[in-house]
Design a protein around this ligand. Structure first.
Ligand code: DAT
Ligand code: MG
Length: 140
């Protein structure tokens, strides 16, 4: 299996409810390791650029407003097949469809306030990691 890195974000609905530690424990218990982590407030411009692939979607404005509504924790996870593993641990985008025991099934409030982001491919993970972290900040 390939060792990979992926970008994870703990979203404002989860930081507001003080769930950072509980969410981080899900990743660590599944064998992924944190190689970087920081708590930040996204600017509107950062959120728009980060989610620019969704800029034509009807929910884009609400998504950006939600992502800047409170602090987020941006983090880099490392492990075997980390991109796919992270998405398994998160569960489906809409918590109504998320498998039992996943982060979104257990913590998400709605399809928008769904507690976590995870990169959807190794290629996008590399782009998203570089968006938030300098290479020197990744400590494996
Ligand atoms: P994911 O976060 O599972 O990769 P995505 O990339 O399709 O999902 O969408 C990015 C985020 O946009 C998602 O986490 C929450 C929001 N979103 C997606 N579909 C939505 C919808 N139908 N209504 C409101 N927000 C939505
Ligand atoms: Mg996505």
């Amino acid at each position: 299996m390939a060792t990979e890195r992926t970008l994870s974000i703990i979203k404002p609905d989860a930081t507001r409810r003080n769930l950072t530690g509980k969410i981080n424990a899900r990743f660590e218990e599944a064998g992924l390791r944190f190689v970087a982590q920081k708590r930040i407030r996204l600017t509107k411009e950062q959120a728009e650029q980060f989610y620019s692939v969704h800029s034509e979607r009807s929910f884009f404005g609400e998504l950006v407003a939600f992502m800047i509504s409170g602090p987020v924790v941006v983090q880099v996870l490392e492990g075997d097949n980390a991109v796919a593993r992270n998405r398994e641990i998160m569960g489906a985008t809409n918590p109504a469809n998320a498998a039992p025991g996943t982060i979104r099934a257990d913590f998400a409030e709605s399809v928008e306030a769904n507690s976590v982001h995870g990169s959807d491919s190794a290629e996008n993970a590399a782009i998203e990691i570089a968006y938030f972290f300098a290479g020197t900040e990744l400590v494996g």
